[in-house]
Design a protein around this ligand. Structure first.
Ligand code: GLU
Length: 317
């Protein structure tokens, strides 16, 4: 399907939404990783990339921030490509938790599997599946995966990475618990190191819209034409983003906004409109769920104005 709205129309809508929300000051900076508390609360950017590779953006595209949980669906995809669906499903379930992302107890009582790959338990189990001949090669695979989605070289923010490493005691506890239940391999320190790295890749809002557009375009980055993920796994990734992507707000999001998305505690949201576009938003003031306040509002308005809800039938089609 062709994008029914022109670049000019899309630009006008995001410009208006940026104006409407740029003074919204609700929410606060995530501080549990101390480095994240240093973000500029006023920074705000909205970007849309269509599947023909055209990007429209408004606001602060210069500020880089760390991907945090937005890395999780991409690493789930990497695990699927490396090991196939059956093996991955033997390590993780696909149920929403209704609990905070870093909950320790939410391993399924019987199977001891993490509930899904988009909360920390499941994400760490997926990072554990990155295959390589040693630490460096696993790091390279991780980096290459991200770069294919983003379409350019990206770097780890060393300060955030160190900050996560120093304060990541809950994630260490999660890893130990999963090792106790035999859900991960014993090299826990290396696994956590990789996990902290994947959370610490620096991106901007435009990058998030390109990642979203890659998923919207059946796995091929529309700006570089490089395949980032096999098309057969897109439906698995998007189904999880639809049901589990917005922390404990996931149900409300599916109901109101109605598109697959993943947010991160640094204030990014990456959303996907299959066959049409990727949306990237950055504003670091997050609500009690961990979602960007401005980001959630902008996406709600975009969904209504551009008729993006997965189950809406609009006059433009
Ligand atoms: N690095 C963060 C953590 O594991 C990711 C949090 C998030 O964005 O949900 O605590």
């Amino acid at each position: 399907m062709h994008e029914p709205y022109t670049k000019k129309e899309i630009s006008a809508v995001i410009q208006r939404l940026h104006n409407s929300y740029k003074n919204t000051e609700e929410g606060s900076l995530a501080k549990y990783i101390p480095e994240l508390g240093k973000a500029n609360p006023n920074s705000f950017c909205i970007s849309i990339t269509t599947i023909d590779g055209e990007t429209s953006f408004v606001g602060d595209d210069a500020t880089m921030f760390t991907m945090q949980s937005i890395s999780k669906p991409l690493i789930f995809g990497l695990a699927l490509e490396t090991h196939g669906l059956d093996h991955v499903r033997s390590r993780v379930d696909v149920e929403p938790t209704g609990e905070p992302f870093d909950s320790i107890i939410r391993l399924d009582n019987e199977s001891k599997k993490p509930f899904n790959p988009l909360v920390n338990t499941g994400a760490i189990a997926m990072t554990n599946l990155i295959k390589g001949s040693g630490k460096t090669s696993r790091q390279e695979i991780l980096e290459k995966t991200m770069e294919n989605y983003v379409g350019r070289k990206i770097k780890v923010d060393e300060a955030v990475y160190e900050s996560e490493k120093i304060t990541g005691h809950r994630n260490r506890a999660i890893a130990h618990l999963m090792l106790h239940f035999g859900m991960v391999e014993p090299a826990i320190d290396e696994m956590l190191d990789l996990y902290f790295r994947q959370c610490s890749f620096n991106v901007n809002a435009k990058d998030l819209s390109v990642i979203g557009a890659t998923l919207a375009n059946n796995g091929v980055n529309p700006t570089t034409k490089t395949r980032a993920i096999k098309d057969q796994y897109i439906k698995n990734i998007l189904a999880l983003m639809f049901t589990c992507g917005l922390y404990t707000y996931a149900g409300e999001w599916a109901f109101d906004v109605g598109i697959p998305a993943k947010s991160g505690v640094s204030g990014g949201i990456m959303a996907v409109v299959p066959g049409r576009m990727g949306i990237g938003i950055y504003s670091p003031l997050v609500d009690k769920h961990g979602n960007s306040v401005r980001g959630v509002r902008v996406c709600g308005d975009l969904s209504r104005e551009l008729n993006l809800h997965s189950f809406a039938r609009g006059s433009k089609f």
